[in-house]
Design a protein around this ligand. Structure first.
Ligand SMILES: [Zn+2]
Length: 303
């Protein structure tokens, strides 16, 4: 099941406690429905829980019944209301003029209360929303082919301190969020707390993983750098010893050379600790640099 479907299933488990909110949620569904006109209302969804939620919701909000319900081979469910008496009942409840049927405008009188605004947006998201899974880049959108409606809902959202972005895509106008905090706020407001939580957890995990990866990469790079340096030291020391013997190096450096050759993978700190008396890390580092300089100089002399 996609994250959108999961989120819609979660929203469909929310009980509608107040009559005002039943009307508001139904209003959101209708405005973002496939068609909402004085001749027909049709709602198309691939969400089974939503198809189950719509009939009782419309019955409670407007006292109407769904005329027909069909499921296509692809699993899309279409619910229709085509009886003029029922359509008129819906229109009058929403404060629309039956003769002029300006359906695709937001009548704010229907959604005055905060509870109703959240319910309205839940209806809109259920009908026309999608949200990308927490494992993907954040993207939550609600789209409609009605530009004016999109603008009016945007201004409603701004009043509610939700900060969607606006865009048009072919014939669709959409409100969307690409920021996780904005998407989470919206999901929480419309009642999808669980989905919002999943997004938040995924984000935190990703940040942690990145942090750990950066540290591991950094440590790996240091180890490679250190072992490259050790390999170079050993190579020039061996060449110098083969050609000129131990006399090439001052006696004071012989111990360090032996330690280096005996343990190629030892770190500077490990080598420093093995010296007698023990050296500091800068001390051993200085000695190794001197050894390499002497070995290289000896090599050049011989050439
Ligand atoms: Zn309400």
């Amino acid at each position: 099941m996609s994250f959108s479907s999961e989120t819609k299933a979660e929203l469909c488990r929310i009980p509608v406690s107040r009559d005002c909110c039943a009307v508001a949620e139904a209003y959101g569904l209708l405005l973002y429905a496939h068609s909402f006109s004085h001749t027909e209302i049709s709602m198309v969804t691939s969400s089974e829980p939503l198809a189950k939620r719509i009939p009782p919701l419309l019955a409670r909000a407007f006292g109407v019944a769904v005329t027909s319900q069909e499921k296509s081979a692809g699993g899309r469910i279409t619910l229709r209301i085509s009886d003029p008496v029922q359509l008129e009942r819906i229109f009058s409840k929403l404060g629309y003029d039956w003769e002029y049927h300006m359906t695709y405008h937001l009548n704010r009188n229907v959604i005055e209360e905060d509870c109703c605004r959240a319910a309205f947006l839940r209806g809109g998201f259920l009908a026309a929303g999608t949200v990308a899974g927490p494992d993907k880049k954040t993207h939550l959108e609600i789209s409609t082919s009605h530009h004016a409606l999109c603008r009016e809902v945007m201004s409603l959202m701004l009043d509610m301190e939700l900060m969607p972005k606006f865009a048009t895509r072919k014939t669709a106008s959409l409100l969307y969020w690409k920021d996780t905090a904005g998407a989470e706020d919206f999901l929480t407001l419309i009642g999808a707390q669980h989905a919002a939580m999943q997004m938040m957890q995924a984000k935190v995990e990703k940040q942690l993983r990145n942090k750990v990866n950066r540290r591991v990469n950094c440590e790996t790079a240091n180890v490679i750098k250190a072992s490259n340096a050790a390999a170079e030291q050993i190579m020039v020391i061996r060449q110098a010893l083969e050609r000129g013997g131990w006399e090439v190096f001052p006696d004071a450096l012989h111990e360090t050379i032996r330690l280096r050759l005996d343990d190629p993978s030892a770190s500077l700190s490990e080598l420093a600790a093995k010296c007698n008396p023990p050296l500091s890390k800068p001390g051993i580092s200085h000695r190794l640099r001197r050894i390499v300089t002497i070995a290289k100089a000896a090599q050049e002399e011989q050439q």
